[in-house]
Design a protein around this ligand. Structure first.
Ligand code: DLL
Length: 425
């Protein structure tokens, strides 16, 4: 363990710490954030109503829409001058949601990522090939900070440029690699093309996340790269990567760093809190965040908490792999895309009908998104749509133009805009 005094804290002590931290978070939100004050008033609660952890269920959820409605920094608890970094992630409308960190938060970020990387097998002095994207996405810079804290030597290669990545792996001898699981498979194929099988490179550990993946992918990545692969989970609204991570010796559920992030599982329909072990939506409170602490964030991710004994001595609960989502967020090669963002692009083009449908498929190891749009077939229009989507949303898609009137229409209920043919990976 990187921090045994925290990671193996006696459970009664951990629960008391969580209660105190949640209370402090509620008080700060009530004092500094008008939007939270209003949410508390509407729910008929005040921070004083939290005496036990069970009382948290009386408090309102925070949803993506709350961040959008207060765009860009309306949920911040500190003055602008105290902020040290901003990240952003895609929102359901054209605008992204922005998340803010002050000095203290960047310290928390480094700590939880250092713990995660340690659990994944990384040790001080190792070389770390970091292929998460650097930029507004929290993946690159987030893992970078934690790696520095742990004492790794980071190669900040970021995403893309597969041949160069392979060359760097051959030349710089990293023991640890971090990237999305789908990109790990791409790298595996590129290594194989150079005649490099598992065990032919220096790689020992892979830290994979930012998109859902299944056991089958773990086996494929491990076989292709010759690594032990663990699951890292996180989201920008709560901190970024490093909310939880599996232990390399165990590979059975990701330890939630519960001294910073309080997890609940709730019923997707009713919002009622479910007991440990049951599947539902993961809801997280970032108790120790200073600049933008978030209360009961509705992640939309479906999982369960695994409270049973573990082999590592940690007392914090693990979460199972994400089984799916309760909303329409598409994660395409690690990039978050809402169908509404694609719709917004089509609307700005003017001359196409707003009827569209998204088909997700898998060709080889990569996910593909086909955007079906109703319009007279024209190669120029197809290319224009593909170019605009790439420019505005940041993902490469394939456009297919279909006969006007041929795409599914809503029959009163919720129209399913997305057909996912990727299957379990
Ligand atoms: O994806 C943070 C991250 C970066 C996590 C690098 C791990 C590694 P966002 O862009 O805000 O943040 O997207 C968050 O991605 O709600 C999940 O739906 C999905 N996600 C993240 N990690 C996993 C994972 C980053 N290990 C959204 N398994 C989350 C499944 C994941 N889904």
């Amino acid at each position: 363990m990187f921090q045994p005094d925290r990671e193996a804290m006696p459970i009664p002590e951990l629960r008391a710490l969580q209660r105190r931290q949640l209370r402090t978070m509620l008080e700060r939100q009530h004092e500094h954030v008008p939007a939270y004050r209003e949410k508390f008033r509407a729910a008929g609660v005040t921070p004083d109503d939290l005496s036990t952890l069970d009382d948290l269920a009386r408090f309102p959820f925070t949803r993506k829409a709350d961040l959008r409605d207060t765009y860009p920094l309306g949920l911040s608890c500190v003055p602008r001058s105290a902020l040290r970094r901003l990240h952003a992630s895609s929102g359901t409308s054209g605008k992204p949601t922005v998340v803010a960190y002050d000095e203290h938060d960047l310290g928390v970020f480094e700590e939880v990522v250092a713990r995660s990387l340690y659990a994944a097998g990384a040790r001080p002095g190792m070389v770390f090939h970091n292929a998460y994207g650097y930029g507004l996405f929290t993946g690159g810079l987030g893992t970078h900070g934690g790696a520095a804290r742990l004492g790794l030597c980071t190669v900040p290669v970021s995403g893309g440029g597969t041949e160069r990545q392979v060359q760097l792996i051959e030349d710089l001898h990293p023991e640890v690699i971090a990237c999305t699981p789908s990109y790990a498979l791409v790298l595996g194929e590129a290594l194989a093309r150079r005649g490099l099988g598992p065990g032919d490179t220096s790689l020992k550990y892979a830290v994979l996340g930012a998109e859902p993946w299944a056991e089958k992918t773990r086996h494929e990545v491990q076989a292709a790269l010759g690594v032990t692969a663990t699951n890292i989970y996180g989201l920008s609204e709560i901190i970024g990567p490093g909310v939880s991570n599996e232990d390399a010796a165990e590979q059975r559920g990701s330890y939630v760093w519960e001294d910073h992030f309080y997890p609940e599982i709730v019923d997707p329909e009713t919002g009622d809190v479910l007991p440990d072990g049951e599947w539902g939506v993961l809801v997280l409170s970032s108790m120790t965040r200073s600049a933008m602490p978030i209360l009961r964030y509705w992640t939309g991710d479906i999982t369960r908490l695994l409270p049973d004994d573990n082999a590592t001595g940690r007392t914090m609960r693990r979460m199972d792999a994400i089984r799916g989502r309760s909303d329409d967020l598409i994660i395409l090669r690690g990039v978050n895309v809402y169908p509404t963002q694609l719709e917004a692009v089509l609307i700005t083009l003017g001359h196409v009908s707003p009827h569209y449908h998204v088909v997700l498929s898998r060709s080889g190891v990569l996910d593909e998104l086909t955007l079906r749009v109703e319009a007279e077939d024209s190669a120029a229009l197809r290319a224009e749509i593909e170019r605009q989507v790439k420019a505005v949303v940041g993902v490469t898609v394939r456009c297919e133009l279909c006969e006007p009137g041929s795409l599914p229409r809503s029959e009163g209920g919720k129209l399913r805009r997305v057909t996912d043919l990727r299957g379990a990976r």
